[in-house]
Design a protein around this ligand. Structure first.
Ligand code: AMP
Ligand code: MG
Length: 402
């Protein structure tokens, strides 16, 4: 039996980020850059007008006001490379480039136009209504650090910078095996004592949410030979996940089969509740994690152990969800000899963050996972908890940040 921290450390310590590949920007959402990304150019690339109006030399407008308007010669479009001369103005649209020689924009509302002239009804100072070259991002700035995830905002920025190919870490490939003679496909009508498979989809999609690809998924019953075959078939993947069959029942074969295949056991059983039955191993140098089949605890072990592992392989810099101090809105009657992770909704109260425990904390409870945005951590050795007790919560709805 190991602590959760030891179990995670043993997996992370024996694995590393996968190699990198170059990908078109449009395909990189959710991916992780394999190196810092620097701005290759200034954004914007030239001084631009922030408004519709007239580009001018600000000094020409000195003293202009409603009662003392200043006349400027209205130029048509300037030939490329030509400069605005003193006493001249040229029409510019929002976002349009400022001609050379101009240092400010007079907004339309501060002007009056007649035949060949435009009258300044107000003065402008240098840079008024001008978006300076490089004011969004200046060339050379690190806009994204290695190991941080690319999101919509990042893709938009990189597009503006012309960064259209990015080296990103390869996504870890997961082979998911679901054991249990009693487990049938979700679309099947379960016979007596049979149950529908919740983990192929529940854990499978949790893998994808963690940035992994699920390259294989099979239900293998409780048969050591089929299990061995399925583990062997999963050799193309970097990670093997197994649901169920990891405990000490007569139909729990995973541990034995892993040993027969020459796998190196890293840990078996984790000091936590629920989710105690978990196995960590290396098979052919690749990590294998066995999760208790009960879907409520499989999800817990996944979130606390497998998700950080998948992110580690995917090159993420940040693996741990933020933890916040919370107070319990209501008590919890059971003692916790082992560390316990309680599904909760954490919300802000007048007195600070409050954790409301959700009914359905069992290994088999899955509805509570839909409503939980946090896991309240009850340290091992705690007695029953009273309302108002101060504890820590792991925030599931906030991105990993350390
Ligand atoms: P096990 O870890 O194999 O002992 O399974 C523990 C409990 O979880 C048993 O009651 C199983 O029927 C149930 N179970 C196992 N696998 C699944 C699954 N894929 N979906 C839903 N329940 C499961
Ligand atoms: Mg089973």
């Amino acid at each position: 039996m190991v602590s959760l921290e030891e179990a995670l450390e043993s997996l992370l310590g024996r694995t590393g980020a996968l190699d990198a590949e170059e990908v078109a920007l449009a395909e990189t959402h959710g991916r992780v850059p394999a190196g810092d990304i620097c701005a290759p150019v200034d954004l914007p690339a030239f001084d631009r007008s922030a408004m519709d109006g007239y580009a001018v030399r600000s000094s020409d407008t000195a003293g202009a006001r409603e009662e003392a308007q200043v006349r400027l010669v209205l130029r048509g479009e300037l030939p490329a490379g030509a400069s605005l001369q003193p006493g001249e103005a040229v029409r510019v649209a929002t976002g349009g480039p400022l001609p050379r020689g101009a240092d400010a924009v007079l907004v339309v509302e501060a002007t009056r136009e007649d035949a060949a002239a435009v009258w300044a009804r107000a003065a402008v100072r240098p840079r008024d209504n001008v978006i300076r070259r490089g004011s969004d991002v200046s060339r050379g700035t690190v806009v994204l650090e290695r190991g941080t995830q690319l999101d919509a905002a990042a893709l938009g920025l990189l597009a503006g910078l012309g960064v259209t190919r990015i080296r990103v870490f390869r996504r870890p490939r997961v082979h998911l095996l679901v054991t249990g003679d009693e487990v049938v496909a979700p679309h099947e009508e379960p016979g007596p004592g049979q149950i529908r498979d919740q983990n192929s989809l529940g854990i499978g999609w949790a893998c994808r949410e963690a940035g992994a690809e699920v390259v294989g998924c099979a239900r293998v019953g409780d048969d050591p030979d089929r299990l061995r075959e399925a583990l062997t078939a999963g050799r193309g993947a970097e990670v093997i996940l197994v649901s169920g069959g990891v405990s000490v029942g007569r139909r729990d074969f995973l541990r034995r089969v892993v040993a027969e295949m020459g796998g190196e056991e890293l840990f078996w059983r984790v000091h936590m509740r629920p989710g105690k039955s978990a196995l960590g191993a290396l098979v052919d140098g690749r990590p294998l994690v066995g999760l208790a089949g009960s879907p409520g605890s499989a999800m817990l072990t996944f979130q606390l152990l497998v998700r950080p592992l998948l992110r580690h392989l995917g090159g993420h810099r940040y693996l741990a969800r933020p933890r916040v101090p919370v107070r319990l809105a209501e008590g919890f009657p059971k003692a916790s000899p082992r560390p316990r992770y309680l599904r909760a909704t954490v919300g802000e109260d007048a007195a600070g963050p409050m954790a409301h425990l959700i009914s359905g904390q069992g290994s088999d409870s899955t509805f509570s996972w839909l409503r939980a945005n946090a896991l309240v951590v009850v340290p091992g050795g705690s007695g029953p908890l009273a309302a108002g007790e101060s504890l820590e919560a792991i925030m599931l709805d906030r991105p990993e940040e350390h």
